[in-house]
Design a protein around this ligand. Structure first.
Ligand SMILES: [Zn+2]
Length: 168
């Protein structure tokens, strides 16, 4: 192989590696951005969201903040009902799949079908799986693999990101 060809193939190899790495890193964020724009009705500006939400809910839903543990009364909510997204009222969880995780955040072992989407976040360096409302893109919490049966999942949700509706 001539020096020229060797140089070309090395460059291609390097580009391939870089494309793979950056492609991998950017996929979750791309999916999130696309989803946020997905439902036009819920593609609101930051100031529109500020008008709709309390400052605490805005911080969590739109800026991926985390509320203080044991700060939400929904942590102790034990009535039969449905937990809705505080951003757009999409039903996210059923009370039948809520459990007491002892963490101070409302916890569930399974979301309702087609209610959330996930992405990996690296905010605490260790990768965690973030989940957000499928419809308005609002951040709700993180999902961990230390939940109870049958799923073994723990959806750790900010209470301020949810509204509760009792079954009537
Ligand atoms: Zn929503």
């Amino acid at each position: 192989m001539s020096k020229f060809l060797l140089l070309i193939s090395r460059r291609n190899f390097l580009m391939g590696v870089l494309t793979t790495i950056f492609g991998f890193l950017s996929v979750p964020n791309k999916a999130f951005a696309a989803q946020q724009a997905g439902d036009k009705k819920w593609s609101l500006s930051n100031s529109q969201w500020r008008e709709r939400l309390s400052p605490q809910a805005y911080k969590v839903l739109r800026e991926e903040g985390t509320e203080a543990p044991f700060s939400s009364q929904l942590n102790d909510e034990k009535r039969a009902g449905t937990f809705l997204c505080a951003g757009c009222e999409l039903p996210i969880f059923s009370s039948s799949k809520k459990f007491d995780s002892g963490t101070g955040w409302p916890s569930f072992w399974e979301p309702l079908e087609d209610s959330i989407q996930t992405k990996v976040d690296y905010k605490l360096i260790v990768p965690r799986t973030e989940y957000h409302c499928r419809r308005c893109g609002g951040h709700h919490g993180h999902v961990f693999n230390d939940g109870p049966r049958p799923t073994g999942k723990r959806y750790c949700n900010n209470g301020v990101a949810l509204n509760f509706q009792t079954n009537s």
